[in-house]
Write a protein that binds this ligand. Structure first.
Ligand code: ASP
Length: 447
């Protein structure tokens, strides 16, 4: 038997109809025995995510009238769900307890985690499976950061216990995502979207053959499909390529998801609950030789960067010039994202939000300490990452980047080939963001 850890996101569990689809997916494969669930998500665009409602409830604790309205919204939604699924579960009693307990909680985490808790409780009843709480199993330290090794060990022990108790290895175990607790049972959540991390942690603990992440798209798309409508799902992508794309804004998995599984090479398969026969995207350590891949794996972009360019004659001969420049940003607590250099030029690229209230001071410091011949600030920049392992060996990529951008009338403000050789970063004006994304979308066909 294979070990498959299967995680369903909020949109896959938003109502009874979606939960039925998830059930069919689970039941169609006896290896799908470890099931991690999110809180119910939106049923349509204007709907609420249960997690948002729970958090909101905590935030307006002192306003009884407003709080009651939110509590009622939560109640109505769960009562309807339990009724539609026809499960025997006293959700009102659970909610009474949750709302009452939250009144004495300083942290939002307990109530924020209850969407996952209730999903797991309800779905375990519905599937006649076993609920396994993660409080006391996934452990967070005093700094409220996860203790991976203790959590892996605890998960193994807890699952073995369930399997022994049932004397049946085919028992399905339903695990709430998103939270664990401190050693003294104080519930702690991951950051938003964190059920993905729970899936990865469980997969790692069990040394799973695969981590299936079921969502509402058929995989990671070549580019944001809202702007590049011809973008197709990527069939295979490496952990590193995904990291590059996610960093640039491709919103696929929580960014901490890859860490536990990539260490031991467990593949993540992104799949679509609404179209379960689609292959989706396989995220792996290295691309199998049978895979047919184009040169560029994907592109992603983000607005809101600033670039500060310094020019100074014979800069290359001055020992420590770059280091003194970087020190200024370090002292101002500003992370530097890119640092393309020429012989006599250096640009420092950072997110504009970090410069708020500091810009004039930094410029003055640069002038005083580094005396550049020219200092130029370029604000409102968008950066794009064109990502693909092995891409550096295809000179036509760079050529095509310039070609498609110039055809779209987009001026390239900056270009930086990452030293890992798997990405090229392109800077354009924010106002050219959409045109650039559309144009770069055509790189998916370079083979
Ligand atoms: N329910 C949580 C959130 O909305 C976690 C998750 O869905 O992954 O952020």
């Amino acid at each position: 038997m294979k070990i498959k850890v299967v995680k369903f996101g909020g949109s896959s569990l938003a109502d009874a109809r979606q939960i039925e689809k998830a059930r069919d997916i689970i039941m169609s494969d006896p290896d799908r025995r470890y099931i991690v669930v999110s809180a119910a998500g939106k049923r349509h665009n204007d709907d609420d995510k249960m997690t948002d409602l729970f958090i909101n409830c905590h935030e307006i604790k002192d306003d009884e009238i407003k709080r009651k309205t939110i509590e009622d919204k939560i109640r109505t939604r769960y009562i309807e769900l339990v009724k539609d699924l026809d499960v025997d579960f006293d959700v009102e009693k659970e909610l009474d307890y949750i709302f009452e307990k939250d009144k004495n909680e300083t942290h939002v985490d307990f109530i924020a985690s209850r969407g996952e808790y209730l999903s797991a409780k309800i779905i375990s009843k519905y599937l006649n499976a076993t609920f396994l709480d993660m409080a006391g199993v996934i452990i967070f330290g005093k700094d409220r950061k996860i203790d991976y090794d203790t959590s892996y060990a605890n998960i193994r022990t807890a699952i073995e216990k369930v399997e022994n108790d049932y004397k049946d290895e085919s028992v399905r175990i339903i695990i709430p995502g998103f939270y664990g607790s401190t050693e003294d049972d104080d519930v702690v959540t991951f950051s938003r979207g964190g059920s993905d991390i729970t899936g990865a942690v469980v997969a790692r603990a069990l040394n799973a053959d695969i981590y299936e992440n079921w969502t509402d798209v058929s995989g990671v798309m070549f580019a944001d499909p809202r702007m590049a409508p011809n973008a197709k799902p990527i069939e295979y992508i490496t952990y590193t390529e995904l990291r590059e794309l996610s960093y640039m804004g491709a919103n696929v998995l929580h960014e901490a998801t890859v860490y536990p599984v990539s260490k031991v090479g467990i593949p993540i398969n992104i799949l679509n609950t609404n179209s379960p026969s689609d292959k989706g995207t396989m995220i792996i350590a290295s691309i199998p030789s049978i895979a047919k891949r184009n040169v560029v794996t994907g592109i992603a972009g983000r607005k809101g960067f600033t670039s500060i360019l310094l020019q100074r004659a014979l800069m290359n001969e001055e020992v420590g010039y770059l280091s003194r420049l970087l020190k200024i940003f370090e002292n101002e607590n500003i992370p530097v994202e890119h640092c393309p250099t020429g012989i006599d030029t250096i640009s420092i690229v950072m997110r504009s939000e970090f410069l708020n209230g500091k810009k004039d001071r930094i410029i003055q410091k640069i002038k005083d300490e580094l005396a550049p011949d020219l200092l130029n600030i370029e604000e409102n920049l968008s950066l794009f990452a064109v990502v693909g392992e092995g891409m550096v060996y295809h000179k036509e990529v760079i050529m095509n980047i310039f070609k498609v951008l110039s055809e779209a009338n987009v001026t390239v403000k900056m270009i930086d080939q990452g030293s890992s050789g798997i990405n090229v970063i392109i800077g354009v004006k924010d106002s050219d963001y959409e045109s650039a994304l559309r144009a770069l979308g055509s790189l998916q066909d370079i083979s």
